[in-house]
Ligand binder design. Sequence first.
Ligand SMILES: Cc1cc2nc3c(=O)[nH]c(=O)nc-3n(C[C@H](O)[C@H](O)[C@H](O)COP(=O)(O)OP(=O)(O)OC[C@H]3O[C@@H](n4cnc5c(N)ncnc54)[C@H](O)[C@@H]3O)c2cc1C
Length: 423
Amino acid sequence: MKAQYDVVVIGGGPAGLAAALAAEENGAKSVCILERAKVLGGILQQCIHNGFGLHVFKEELTGPEYAERFINRLAGTNIEVLTGAMVLGFLADRTIFVMQRENGYMTIKAGAIVLTMGCRERTRGALGIPGTRPAGVLTAGAAQLYMNIEGYTIGKRVVILGSGDIGLIMARRLTLEGAEVLGVYEVLPYPGGLNRNIVQCLNDYDIPLYLSHTVADIRGDKRVEQIVVAKVDEKRQVVPGTEKEIDCDTLLLSVGLIPENELSRQAGVVIDPRTSGPVVFENMETSIPGVFASGNVVHVHDLVDYVTAEGQRAGANAAKYVLRAGAESAAKTVQVKNGKGVRYTVPQQIRPDQVEKSVEVFFRSTEIFKDVTISVNSGGSLIAHFSREHMAPGEMEKIILPKAFLEKIGGELEVSVTKEEAV
Ligand SMILES: Cc1cc2nc3c(=O)[nH]c(=O)nc-3n(C[C@H](O)[C@H](O)[C@H](O)COP(=O)(O)OP(=O)(O)OC[C@H]3O[C@@H](n4cnc5c(N)ncnc54)[C@H](O)[C@@H]3O)c2cc1C
């Protein structure tokens, strides 16, 4: 290990791998990936189902296969990899503190940092589900780790709360392993995951999906014995009299992911409360000059292909930052706001004079929409619009704004969904 690198990438998942490769391709002379796990690949290593890489490789790969393609590319490079290396913190001057079994406590200085620490799952504690505290209540990702990496069965009669993609994928996985999945219960009136996962993971296996439902009680002494499900009203409160008891031994929670930003917060990176990730510019730079971010640490992605693209953008721009020895001043910064029907936008800030040709703005809708227009307004006037036949909160949306267009507008633009017809 060196004491100084041009670019240090924190996290070796798909975002980190893409960022490191792009940093070297764009001229960084020394690049290092710090990964706390024993192997690179991040969450992909436990996602043994297929469906990865449709955009990047034009074929359906499993998570480990997708990761392997990028890990293999490291072989022809000078990129250094330190696994089993937990980053404990970093400072705004880009000093990084790392702990690793073989090397102990280390301090590394970086010309630029790329944050790619991914997400963690929301747990029972965050939801405050009442009841006893028996074994058998797991997050879907933890269940995936036990089954796909450690080789354990996690239960025989399973109820899943939350229809996020991980929960849907685990419903199918558990069924294939011989467990009985009694149902997937979702508090919202629409499913949380991708439509393709509803079809391929629930419908194909006759697993029922109950919308506007929640778990009202967990019962059991040592192990889960029974849970109580109930309908909820529009304020997500249990509707009295709708409670139903289900005998089961396992409750899986797939109730959301939280970007892993403890390191970012400690260092003073400005966090967007809408995404729980760093506020970023068009080049994926955070509020701290020379500190970039990409992947699930910025916002929860639906497809890994977008994570890879974002990682490439962050890594390339981190290298450019090092080569020009500092930040470039911008004549104008456009603040990107979310209007009606839009939950958040990434990036949140655009410097038009630093845009090469165009900027991709990613966002999620607040509800399911049919036959709508995505409107971009600035200074009270409509300046661009895009039509969509279907939008759902589970699927990321993207619009492309050209540089020439961004140069003409004032200091703010708002993205909203209009002419909507909520279903
Ligand atoms: C169950 C599941 C199913 C999915 N299915 C699909 C699918 O079918 N198709 C698809 O395209 N996408 C799918 N995705 C989405 C895709 O896998 C993720 O969007 C992608 O893996 C996120 O990449 P990332 O690099 O941002 O984060 P991660 O893959 O989570 O990687 C983050 C890395 O950072 C490391 N790290 C964190 N903190 C530190 C620290 N302090 N020090 C050092 N290292 C640290 C972690 O150990 C981890 O390796 C799925 C995701 C999940 C969870």
